[in-house]
Design a binder for this molecule. Structure first.
Ligand code: KG4
Ligand code: ZN
Length: 364
């Protein structure tokens, strides 16, 4: 059953297979995808702005918005072409309404709403984090509800109990920096180019895990809260101490050892808190979503623990760990199937700040 709703208007439609177009533009990736409710993901296309922002050392919001404008139409064309579909066959348009950069979000929103108006199709505004949260359902071995989710992205670090679409309970979250933010800031301190998270983790593979030991913030706090700003400061202190004895320029061996020490610390905290959440809830499935979920050491350690403690860990496919259009199309489709009304096109509004718990019926 699909409910179509606008101001003073509500229509209940029977559930039929639907073709959902998904549009993601919340930060520095433009993602487009076509998801068929009956047969799954048909095609998707992505453009990353990483190379463009790299020379500025971080995302420049104005440049991000302009680049989304440049990319969105060609990406839509190739997505349709690869799926062998036409715009006329699209039943609804899902797009990221927030959270994210307001200008970047507005590009996706304006494009989606205008396209929907022209095609006379409804829209489904999607919460970006809900997209991440549900993205493991795109994999060939998807989890089933209920599960615990560890959401680790550039802007968020949360542990959640997920009982279904829109049925979320926050178990714990970071009090300051997000895990991805800690990766990126520590990478910058080690002189790695933006976005440093993935580069730092690659460098850490060559590092000696015994060389330095960094603090494990809030490991014994007794709850499921995180705090990573102190860990970043510990990396800064390590770098300063090294520079005091070896000069300003950091050598590759030091960088690799420091990267390894950072990764050992953050992975241990993320894993131990996830284990605590599994024990607390008694659930048998853990889902890891968001960019940091691509981290190899995090995956290897969680997999070992899961084997030992007899629970299963599910990850999105690597290409769907970071921002993409497929998770937005999927979240839009699942929302419709769960009875969330689609909207009449023409509501040009974004929500740059938007707590995920507002999407939860239980709202805990
Ligand atoms: O989910 P995402 O694409 O964007 C947000 O919604 O924030 O996550 C991006 C974050 C960045 O902080 C990036 O450094 C981090 O994910 N990241 C990684 C790895 N790949 C991406 N962090 C650790 N190890 C990785 N392999
Ligand atoms: Zn994201």
């Amino acid at each position: 059953m699909i409910i179509l709703q606008g101001k003073g208007y509500r229509q209940v439609l029977k559930f039929v297979p639907m073709l959902i177009l998904g549009i993601e533009s919340s930060c520095d990736e433009t993602g487009i995808a076509l998801y068929d409710s009956a047969s799954g993901l048909l095609s998707h296309a992505l453009h990353s702005q990483v190379a463009m922002h790299a020379e500025y050392g971080g995302v420049v919001p104005e440049l991000a918005s302009r680049d989304h404008i440049r990319r969105v139409v060609p990406l839509l064309r190739s997505t349709l072409e690869n799926a062998g579909k036409s715009l006329a066959e699209v039943d609804a348009i899902a797009y990221t309404r927030g959270p994210g950069l307001s200008g970047a979000l507005l590009v996706g929103c304006a494009f989606a709403e205008a396209l929907a108006l022209a095609l006379d199709k409804p829209t489904i505004p999607v919460h970006h984090l809900e997209g991440h949260l549900l993205s493991p359902l795109l994999s060939s071995d998807p989890p089933t509800f209920p599960f615990v989710a560890l959401l680790v992205s550039g802007g968020h670090t949360q542990l959640m109990r997920v009982d279904g679409v829109g049925r979320y309970e926050l178990l714990g979250e970071t009090l300051d920096d997000a895990a991805g933010e800690a990766f990126d800031k520590s990478a910058k301190l080690l002189g790695l180019p933006y976005p440093g998270g993935a580069l730092l983790s690659k460098l850490a593979e060559q590092g000696d895990p015994e060389k330095y030991t960094l603090p494990r913030p809030m490991l014994h706090s007794g709850d499921l809260s995180f705090s990573f700003s102190g860990l970043k400061t510990a990396v800064l202190t390590l770098v300063r101490e090294r520079q005091a004895v070896a000069g300003e320029v950091l050598d590759e061996v030091f960088k690799a050892d420091a990267a390894r020490a950072f990764q050992e610390a953050i992975v241990e905290v993320l894993v131990k808190k996830s284990l605590k959440a599994m024990k607390q809830t008694g659930l048998k499935q853990l889902v890891v979503a968001g960019g940091v979920g691509a981290n190899k050491q995090l995956r290897a350690t969680l997999n070992d623990e899961a084997r030992r403690k007899r629970f299963r860990v599910h990850y999105p496919e690597l290409e769907f760990c970071t921002d993409n259009g497929a998770m937005i199309a999927l979240a839009g489709c699942l929302r419709l199937q769960a009875g969330t009304p689609a909207k009449l096109a023409g509501d040009f509004a974004v929500q740059p700040r938007w707590p995920l718990m507002e999407m939860s019926v239980s709202g805990k």
